[in-house]
Design a protein around this ligand. Structure first.
Ligand code: NAP
Length: 397
């Protein structure tokens, strides 16, 4: 029997023959063979660890159920709430995560059957208990690492509430999310240097927000970074830390969402479930990079303010990764960056905790190196989307 790698090399070479002609065919086929062979030691170097990624319902349960099957959207919302939230339903396997390069299941998406609103406002203790019992179940199934998706991370204090568990590795996925958010910011600054006059980060003291701020300040090239959240002493502590990284960048703080009016580029990274940003908050031609889930912007913003650009943040493209069962509400081969961090750590055979609390620049550099090592799967900043649709704008060129 052929090794799967050899089959992959042959398939790759065959693809080159099918889509091209003449000289170009030969060149492409040879190149793809060499690429695949060069990658062999990388693919086989580590034994991957089974992983699970925790997800939950965002705003309307029926809309998220439609990611499993479109017909489920027809179920009235009150019935969905009764079934999923009114009972003590355990976590459900939403679907498998496939390694399309090697043709095997790498891990699974596990649905915590609660809405964002219930997790953060209505009944956080119930949600925490459900996460703990889900982890117990995953340990019994031999899962080595679990990723805290969307608001399960803030709910578990960025994973800090789970750090004493020694039976399973935990990551909040925020290091790679901050890497991808940073890459999106840099892409925007390169396309439009005017944006670098003042960049606002809303949720700057949070896990992703602070890690993005660290990277931006380390790079420099922005005149001012405006740090926004509600708790000012936390922002003051962050400002002090950032000054130590690069004193050349001007750092200001604010505790009112209206402060973003002075910024050309606003990055949203709060753990709020509300639509925080309204049209009157934004300056002319403002760009908003919204990394929140559930999001803090609404599509009506674009109707009120056609001059404004809203970009979906934290989205990765990984052509070598596929899903079976329910989707995550993103186009094919597009994934949330926190999910991608968990897959990457699993591919790398990681079993311990990784990003817990606020990730450091060391976490950033480590996960960037892992993504580079597994670049044959993709794992790069996706072309910009706006409310799930391709963004038609010079920013996307
Ligand atoms: N796309 C992805 O792959 C991905 C990955 C991870 C996370 N996320 C999303 O990123 C967001 C941040 O996650 P996180 O783990 O960094 O959360 P976090 O650590 O809890 O941080 C939240 C930040 O938002 C601030 N905040 C909360 N409510 C606010 C409000 N009403 N107005 C202004 N600031 C507010 C908090 O500070 P104060 O409490 O002081 O206001 C804090 O600075 C979440 O929406 C999460 O779902 C996306």
């Amino acid at each position: 029997m052929l090794f799967p790698e050899v089959t992959a090399v042959r398939a790759e070479a065959k693809r080159g023959v099918q889509f091209c002609s003449g000289q170009e065919t030969i060149r492409l086929s040879i190149t793809s063979c060499i690429m695949s062979i060069v990658q062999l030691p990388l693919i086989t170097a580590t034994d991957s660890t089974p992983f699970a990624f925790l997800i939950h319902f965002r705003k309307e349960i029926r809309k998220d159920l439609a990611c499993y099957h479109p017909r489920l959207e027809a179920i009235p919302e009150f019935i969905c709430r009764g079934v999923f939230e009114g009972t003590n339903m355990p976590a459900l396997k939403w679907g498998g995560v496939m390694d399309d390069v090697m043709g095997r299941e790498l891990g699974s998406n596990q649905l915590i059957p609660l809405s964002a609103e219930t997790m953060i406002r209505r009944n956080p203790p119930k949600a925490r208990r459900k996460i703990e019992s889900t982890l117990d179940k995953l340990v019994r199934k031999g899962v080595g690492i679990v990723g805290l998706g969307a608001l399960t991370a803030p709910l578990m204090k960025g994973g800090l509430l789970l750090r004493n568990r020694k039976d399973i590795g935990v990551t909040n996925g925020n290091a790679f999310t901050a890497v991808i958010m940073y890459e999106a910011v840099v892409k925007l600054l390169v396309r439009n240097p005017d944006l670098s006059r003042r960049v606002a980060i809303v949720g700057a003291s949070g896990s992703v927000g602070s890690c993005l701020a660290r990277q931006l300040v380390r790079r420099g090239g922005v005149d001012e970074v405006l740090l926004i959240a509600r708790n000012v002493p936390r922002l003051e502590r962050l400002r002090k830390e950032l000054k130590g990284i690069n004193p050349a960048v001007r750092l200001t703080i604010g505790n009112d969402i209206a402060d973003i009016r002075s910024a050309q580029l606003t990055v949203l990274l709060t753990a709020s479930t509300d639509t925080l940003v309204q049209s009157e908050h934004l300056c002319p031609d403002a760009v908003v990079l919204d990394g929140t889930q559930p999001r803090n912007t609404s599509p009506s913003l674009l109707l009120d303010r056609p001059d404004v650009t809203v970009i979906d943040g934290g989205i990765v493209k990984a052509d070598g990764i596929g899903l079976s069962g329910g989707g995550l509400g993103l186009p094919s081969h597009h994934y949330f960056a926190c999910f991608s961090e968990c897959v990457l750590l699993s591919l790398d055979g990681h079993r311990d905790h990784f990003s817990i609390g606020n990730p450091t620049l060391e976490h950033v550099d480590h996960i960037t190196a892992v993504a580079h090592r597994f670049q044959h799967y993709g794992f790069q900043l996706a072309p910009f989307l706006s409310f799930g649709k391709p963004l038609v704008s010079p920013y996307n060129t």
